[in-house]
Design a protein around this ligand. Structure first.
Ligand SMILES: NC(=O)c1ccc[n+]([C@@H]2O[C@H](COP(=O)([O-])OP(=O)(O)OC[C@H]3O[C@@H](n4cnc5c(N)ncnc54)[C@H](O)[C@@H]3O)[C@@H](O)[C@H]2O)c1
Length: 350
């Protein structure tokens, strides 16, 4: 088996999951970059990788096979395209970019340069989600579906928040928008939209509603009805102040419920950033009276996603996830905002 040489651009919070994933894939972390050189050096110390504050040095490094883009989302378009043009395969953190048009430009570049592109929507790889996908085949015709993420962001509902991360700064932008491109729809909702696409398919219409307080530059709630054929899918992304809600009573309340003519699937997720001690739960109720509960040993879904993509690179065929996954979510996000702003249903032709 050939060992892939991987580079990471962006050595902030999320980079540790990429380091772990690259190792689990049997690949090497061989070059890391951050404009904050101390952050790059810290990752270099753990991995033995070369480090730099200039991303061009990473892209000019002929030994690198795959680049992990883990910088703020407003840099994703530029860095993905530069990396693809430099002949690298690319895995990019979500959201793929900050608009559907930018995501299409990235996909076009991947195609033109004959390289693989993967958006790090890792929740598809959570073992209980993979099991739900398998069980869906025997669940009959889907007649009801709801997907939700409700995250404890403190109280953003009663006026300007105290937390610097959430309040709008002197430059007119909050840190959450600068880093992640938006509020709860971009941060949490994007993952759940990816699960809708993965489990049920691409929605054909959207009617969305948003709560965007006038003292914030992002949404604290986005809800929507998405349709797919005769099925309506209920969606909700909510930033809330309830510290003890959710599966483990830690403020993280995320999941889906899919009802088919032959049974019901109920998935409840654990907090995404503790992949070592917490695990999600899937309950499957069948019409014959059997109920099965699936809970697996906790494992990092980032690592499972990265391992799957690196395997594809080694095999020369992109099979685990198409290059357009990130575009699908970015287009849905954009369409939801357009629907909520205009107050009407928007249709989607894919
Ligand atoms: N998959 C998930 O569940 C998940 C969760 C949180 C964040 N994310 C995504 O991960 C990405 C990174 O988020 P984060 O929380 O690690 O952010 P972060 O701010 O902690 O880290 C980003 C890093 O990029 C560096 N950087 C900025 N400009 C750069 C440049 N020009 N060249 C090199 N480095 C540069 C910064 O110095 C910083 O260290 C974002 O796209 C975010 O949306 C994904």
């Amino acid at each position: 088996m050939s060992i892939l040489q991987a580079a990471i651009i962006g050595c902030g919070n999320i980079s540790k999951y990429h380091v772990e994933g690259i190792r689990m894939a049997g690949s090497n972390v061989s070059h890391v970059c951050d404009t904050n050189l101390a952050a790059a050096e810290a990752v270099s110390k753990q991995t033995g990788a070369r480090f730099t504050d200039d991303h061009r040095k990473v892209l000019d490094d002929q030994t690198i096979d795959v680049v992990h883009i883990v910088v703020n989302s407003n840099l994703h378009r530029k860095f993905c395209i530069e990396a693809l043009e430099a002949g690298k395969h690319v895995i990019c953190e979500k959201t793929l970019s900050e608009s559907a048009a930018d995501s299409q430009a990235i996909i076009a570049s991947a195609r033109e340069n004959g390289r693989m592109l993967f958006t790090s929507y890792m929740k598809r790889y959570i073992p209980s989600v993979v099991q739900a996908k398998k069980l869906l085949e025997g669940t009959g015709r889907v007649i009801s579906a709801r997907f939700f993420t409700r995250q404890m962001w403190g109280n953003l509902w009663n006026g300007v928040p105290k937390d610097d991360f959430f309040k709008v700064g002197k430059d007119g932008k909050s840190e959450v928008v600068k880093r992640y491109g938006g509020g709860i729809l971009h941060c949490g909702g994007s993952h759940i939209l990816d699960l809708v696409c993965y489990l049920l398919g691409l929605p054909e219409s959207v009617r969305a509603y948003q709560v965007r307080p006038d003292y914030l530059d992002y949404d604290v709630k986005t809800s929507a009805t998405l349709t797919l054929g005769a099925l309506d899918i209920q969606f909700e992304a909510l930033a809330h102040p309830l510290p003890y809600s959710g599966l483990l009573g830690d403020g993280w309340d995320e999941g889906f419920e899919i009802i088919g003519t032959k049974g019901r699937l109920l998935w409840k997720s654990s907090l995404w950033d503790d992949v070592v001690s917490k695990s999600s739960v899937l309950v499957h109720e069948r019409n014959n009276g059997e109920t099965n509960t699936y809970q697996y040993h906790p494992v990092s879904p980032f690592a499972l996603a990265i391992k799957a993509f690196h395997e594809d690179i080694r095999n020369g065929v992109q099979s685990v996830q198409g290059p357009d996954t990130g575009y699908h979510v970015d287009r849905l996000i954009e369409t939801m905002i357009a629907s909520a702003t205009a107050g009407r249903t928007e249709t989607l032709a894919w």
